[in-house]
Design a protein around this ligand. Structure first.
Ligand code: FMN
Length: 360
């Protein structure tokens, strides 16, 4: 059935389909920039976040209308917060932001692997820097859940100080801050996942966060899919001891198994469908270690409501998507959330929280 909002949006939905066909013929980074321009110009369908008693949930004390979020890296510079909050997501994450602006790696640095429903990127944290992004965050709409993903500058001499500076500049303006120690495109960043360095980093980050008083955001930690079981045990122990608010699993992978696209050998992080199994496995292992003590957000290769439900049943309280939007358009969020509602009902769940870790 077509509702009133859909009727109003129908020309925009059609236009989005045409635009997507065009966008897939041009350079993927330009296509992403055009998609952001279209969002800001209100040329994309606007939809309230789908919600219901089943979809409404809470992660780390943050209330969400639905558990389908936008993953970091799409709106790196926080230029489209308001329109993204009107695109059906239960929450969005912007960034990665670094203290100082940086241009990132030379272009091309984003590749579509259409045959594999995947992407490879090696942006290397290109962004406008904390001061500019803090101003944009200050102008964000008062309602809607917004997170900020933070990372160090490429040439940083003190990476821990970069994270704490970012918290001080931007932390009070968002609902959560994601500590990114898992991007494969900044040299040695992933070394910060080692138990000792991670414990030190989180300790400093949490102290900086607590300095923000009433406006302190949740602290989330985003991890890599390329972790051993021992790594997962160590990271889970550090996360629990530090009492961070959530773990986001996972970022992109360096693995390249079973790809058929011609861009398969490009350097960078792989995302999308080929990441699904690994990201689910890593999330499930974190769930096994943490047993609900620290909430989990699942990301990596989620493209359908069934994928979302599978990830929730593997232990995620909420999920995020990015690469699927490249192939299905920004309206993918609404489709996944609405279908998730009916899937949850079909499986007999009164609320999404009942499905968390409840494997069939
Ligand atoms: C083009 C692109 C840029 C990304 N940039 C970031 C980033 O800046 N920070 C980050 O934490 N993750 C970044 N990611 C990773 C995503 O947030 C997500 O963790 C990953 O792509 C897996 O989800 P997906 O398979 O739904 O895309 C990026 C992903 C893509 C495809």
């Amino acid at each position: 059935m077509i509702g009133q909002t859909d009727l109003f949006n129908y020309p925009l939905i059609l236009a989005e389909r045409v635009a997507r066909a065009v966008l897939h013929r041009i350079d993927p980074e330009q296509a992403r920039d055009l998609a952001l321009i279209a969002l800001r110009a209100r040329l994309t369908p606007r939809r309230a976040a789908p919600t219901s008693d089943r979809l409404r949930t809470t992660v780390a004390g943050i209330n969400l209308l639905n558990p389908v979020g936008l993953a970091a890296g799409f709106d790196k510079n926080a230029i489209a917060i308001a329109p993204l909050l009107k695109s059906g997501f239960g929450f969005i994450e912007v960034g990665t932001v670094t203290p100082h602006a940086q241009s990132g790696n030379p272009k091309p640095r984003l590749f579509r692997l259409a045959e594999d429903r995947a992407a490879i990127n090696r942006f290397g944290f290109s962004n406008d820097g904390a001061a500019v992004i803090a101003r944009r965050l200050a102008a964000r709409p008062a309602t809607g859940v917004v997170g900020l993903n933070i990372g160090p500058n490429r040439d940083s001499r003190d990476r821990v100080a970069d994270f704490t500076d970012l918290l001080k500049t931007c932390g009070a303006k968002v609902n959560f801050v994601t500590v990114n120690v898992s991007s494969p495109n900044t040299e040695k960043l992933r070394d910060l996942q080692g138990a000792e360095s991670l414990a030190r980093l989180l300790d400093s980050v949490l102290t900086a966060r607590d300095g923000l008083g009433d406006k302190r955001p949740g602290i989330f930690l985003k991890v890599s899919p390329d972790l051993t079981d021992a790594d997962i045990r160590n990271i889970a122990a550090v996360a629990r001891n530090a009492r961070i608010d959530a773990v986001i699993a996972t970022n992109t992978t360096l693995r390249r198994d079973g790809l058929s696209s011609r861009h398969a050998t490009e350097a960078g992080g792989l995302s999308g469908a080929p990441l699904r199994t690994t990201a689910t496995r890593i999330l499930a292992k974190f769930y096994g270690e943490l047993k609900g003590d620290v909430p989990l957000i699942g990301v990596g290769g989620i493209a359908t409501a069934q994928d979302a439900l599978d990830r929730i049943r593997a232990g995620a309280q909420a999920i995020q998507i990015y690469t699927a939007l490249i192939y299905d358009g920004i309206t993918g969020a609404v489709r996944i959330a609405e279908k998730l509602d009916s899937l949850l009902a079909k499986e007999g769940f009164q609320n999404v929280s009942e499905a968390v870790g409840n494997r069939p």
